[in-house]
Each structure stands twice: as C-alpha cells, then as structure tokens.
Design a protein around this ligand. Structure first.
Ligand SMILES: Nc1ncnc2c1ncn2[C@@H]1O[C@H](COP(=O)(O)OP(=O)(O)OP(=O)(O)O)[C@@H](O)[C@H]1O
Length: 448
C-alpha cells in the first residue's frame, strides 16, 4: 500500500525540510505558495493539508494564507486543512475555523503535537468518507418514508417528528413537487390519530363551485344533481387527518366557512340543518406566499393563525445537498424493477447531470425523468441523454483524473450496453484486455 499524501504548504525552507522527514507514515509533499498548493491538491488529492497562513507575497500577514484556504476548500471541500500561524494567533484561529479549517496550531510548531493533529485529521477524514458511502445507501424508513441524506431535510424531518405527536395544526410551505403530501402523510402516521384515515384534497384542482360540496358534503336534494346525501372530505377525515393542499387557492367565502369549522369543530352539509361534530387534525400546504396574501387581504388572517400554529418550510430539491443523486438512485431501482429490469444504475454522466440540474419541478420532476429514462435506456446504465438533461458540460471536474474517470465510465457503460453485458465483447469494443476491463470495473465500482 502506498502511503497517504500529506500536503504541507510552508514557505520557510528549513521548516519544510524538517517536516518532510518527520512523518514516516505519510508521503509528505511540500509546496511554498498558493499556485503550487492548488496544483498539488489537484495532483495528489490529499486528505490532509497543513497550511501556513504567512505565504508569499504576504509572508508577514495572513491574507494569502486565507485566500489559499478558501481556494482549496472550494475545490476539494472534504479536505482537512490544518492552519498554522505565528502572529495574531487567536483571531486567525477563529477566522480560519470559521472559514472551514479543520484545526489550528500556533507557531513555533511542536512536531509531536502537530503529528497528533495530523493523524487525527486522517482518521476523521477516513471515517467521514466511509460515512458518505453509507449515507449514499440510505434506505427509506425515516420520517414518513422520506428519503434524504441532506442536513437541510434532516432538519425538516426532526421538526416534523417533534410536531407530529402534538395536537397542533401544521402548515407546510414549499414549491410544487417538494414532497408536501408525503410529509403530511408522515405527520398523520406519527400523530395521535394515525388509526383514522388520512384524507387529502387539492383545493387548486377542484373548481370553486364544487369545492364547498367536496369539503362539507351535501344532503340529498340540496342542489340539482345531489341525488344522495354525501359526506364531505372533512367528515371523512373524522378521527384522522385532513390534508388541505394548496390552501392558498381557497376562495374568500369558503375561507369563512373553513374558519367556522376550525373554531367550532362542527360541519354543516350543504342543505343540511344539523351541525355534525368532527374531530380531525388539519395539515395544510401551499406553494404561495401566504404572508403576502394576508397582507393583501386575499387570505384571512384569523384563518391563517388557526391553520398555521406551526409553519414548516420545505426546501427545494436543489437546496438539499446530495439528495438529488440519492433520490435518482432510489427511483432507478424502483422503476427498473417494474419497467426495465436490465437497468442497473446511473452512468457517470447521468450522475453529474443530476447533480448539476436545478430541478425546477423538484422531486416530482426527478421521479418523472428517471421513470422515463429507465424505459428509454438501451443499456444497463441510465445516461444523461436518457434523462434528457443533455451533457454535463457545465460540471467542473476536480482534475484530469476525475474527468478521465467520468469519460471511462461513460465509454465502459456504452460498450457493456452494446455487448449486452458480455465482458469479452465489451473489452473487444474498448480495445483492452479482459483483465484490464475487470480491473476498471472493480475500481469504478461498476457492475460487470
Ligand atoms: N424526500 C422524498 N423521498 C422520497 N420520495 C419523495 C420525496 N419527496 C417527494 N417524493 C415523491 O415525489 C412525488 C411528489 O411528492 P408530493 O406529491 O408529496 O409533492 P407535493 O409537494 O405535495 O407536490 P404538489 O404541491 O405539486 O402536490 C411523490 O411521488 C413523492 O412520493
């Protein structure tokens, strides 16, 4: 096994020499300025870097050191950067940690102490890498079958876990396709009325004239066409949860009626005379800016406060770090099973395109694209073209190695597809030997 690379960014030649020979466990690469540091980062992809803040052309200040720190973390955010400085140590330490450095030590350096920090950084880096691998395999089962790996959705799930058992109304705010209905169902299932039914109604999808009858029900003969007495959605949700999707689309007169129901907990069917008590939890959602609607008088403030005892904002898919890739993988698995079992995963260009796309239609768009792509794919792997996301030209590769790997994966995926998964056939198409192709498949974790 080759030794892991420790990148030392240090402009003091004497110190650099000393460091080079101190750490036997690592292959120490020493550079003296920002440009060389970034080159070395691309070349070696070190897990750990020690960085002197006083670099030329500003050896007595810290500006160049900080610029180097920022550039390195922008390029390789998982790198553990240990920062060193002699002057103004405390302020520099605080600023460096605030900017994403892993640790700080004050010069003059103590080789043993630094050695400990370095080995710890390697250790944590390895653990984090392992954790990322495991997270990519997360299975559904968290809140309401919600799938996520991002801290953004983790926060939402924790909020909802806390809110669900309490008997409070919840308003979910988020764009279309962000999973609001899924979350509302999750609240129901984790709540005290889980034994009752979950009844959803999309207030935007039903014409205004019919919405009242849908919600409140009607007595036989209440209007032309009311051939038999019918329960409304609110009554159907008795003992369970009523999910009012697109609550912002409820017209003002009906808002008054809804408010009365929420205050008195009774409904009156259209054409009915008696008040029917209904005990149900209400969860609602909208993609609209309800605060603005209240300010403009388009949404009743009193109703807002009844519906929104707790407000939870659901981030757009593009704001959830890493979730698009995770969900894409999940949907490929699901739809391949049902629609095209030959498909086993996503090609590298598809993964890059999924990460780079803005997903204006959120999870629903992702699900639809993946479903379509699984049906269209002619090979084992879904490509960016199958997803109709074009190529991933906008994606900046870390270095030549990652760019090559992406190109290799593409070529191998296509060859395997053409050879219908036959390794000998694919290796002939690629002009490499079978063992070479096996090695490549193994190193890229592709399915042979
Ligand atoms: N985090 C997630 N994990 C797994 N599946 C998800 C997730 N988020 C959404 N989905 C799936 O995406 C689709 C859209 O979600 P959902 O219907 O809940 O969105 P919505 O915000 O209610 O949309 P709209 O407001 O347009 O009705 C559903 O098939 C849902 O199961």
């Amino acid at each position: 096994m080759s030794r892991p690379v420790l990148l030392v960014v240090e402009d003091d030649a004497g110190l650099a020499r000393q460091l080079r020979w101190t750490y036997e466990a690592y292959e120490v690469v020493v550079v003296g300025d920002r440009a060389a540091a970034l080159d070395a980062l691309r070349l070696h992809e070190p897990a750990v870097v020690t960085l002197d803040l006083g670099l030329p052309p500003d050896p007595d200040g810290t500006a160049e050191g900080f610029a180097t720190l920022h550039a390195m973390l922008a390029m390789a955010p998982t790198t553990k950067v240990i920062v060193a400085s002699g002057h103004g140590a405390r302020e520099s330490a605080l600023a460096a940690i605030g900017d994403g450095a892993w640790d700080f030590y004050q010069k003059p350096i103590d080789i043993d102490a630094l050695g400990l920090i370095v080995s710890r950084a390697f250790h944590v880096h390895a653990l984090e890498a392992e954790n990322r691998r495991l997270q990519a395999k997360v299975v559904p089962g968290a809140f309401g079958g919600l799938l996520y790996a991002s801290p953004e959705m983790g926060r939402v799930a924790r909020q909802l876990e806390r809110v669900a058992p309490a008997d409070v109304s919840v308003m979910l705010l988020g764009a279309s396709g962000t999973g609001k209905e899924l979350l509302a169902r999750g609240i129901h299932e984790a709540g005290p009325r889980r034994k009752g039914s979950f009844v959803a109604i999309n207030c935007a999808a039903i014409p205004e004239t019919l919405l009242e009858a849908e919600l409140f029900g009607y007595e036989k003969g209440a209007f032309t066409g009311a051939v038999k007495t019918t329960e409304g959605k609110i009554e159907q949700a008795a003992g369970g949860t009523l999910f009012l999707d697109e609550i912002g689309d409820v017209p003002l007169p009906l808002q008054v009626k809804l408010l009365r129901f929420l205050q008195e907990r009774v409904v009156e069917r259209i054409g009915g005379r008696k008040a029917i008590p209904v005990d149900t939890r209400v969860v609602c959602a909208t993609h609209q800016d309800v605060d603005a609607m209240v300010a403009e008088g388009r949404f009743r403030e009193d109703l807002y406060y009844r519906l929104a005892e707790i407000v939870v904002k659901i981030p757009a898919l593009a704001e959830r770090t890493g979730d698009a890739a995770l969900l894409a993988k999940h949907f490929v698995g699901r739809y391949a099973k049902a629609l095209n079992p030959a498909v086993t995963g996503l090609a590298a260009d598809a993964r890059a395109a999924v990460d780079a796309w803005r997903w204006p239609g959120n999870v629903r768009e992702l699900e639809n694209r993946v479903k379509r792509a699984v049906i269209m794919a002619d090979g084992k792997l879904v490509t960016a073209a199958d997803l109709d996301l074009g190529d991933s030209n906008g994606v900046v590769e870390l270095n030549l190695r990652t760019a090559r790997e992406a190109a290799d994966r593409r070529a191998i995926g296509r060859a395997l597809a053409q050879a219908e998964g036959n390794i000998s056939g694919a290796s002939r198409l690629l002009g490499v030997s079978r063992p070479t192709l096996y090695d490549l498949l193994k190193s890229y974790h592709l399915h042979g």
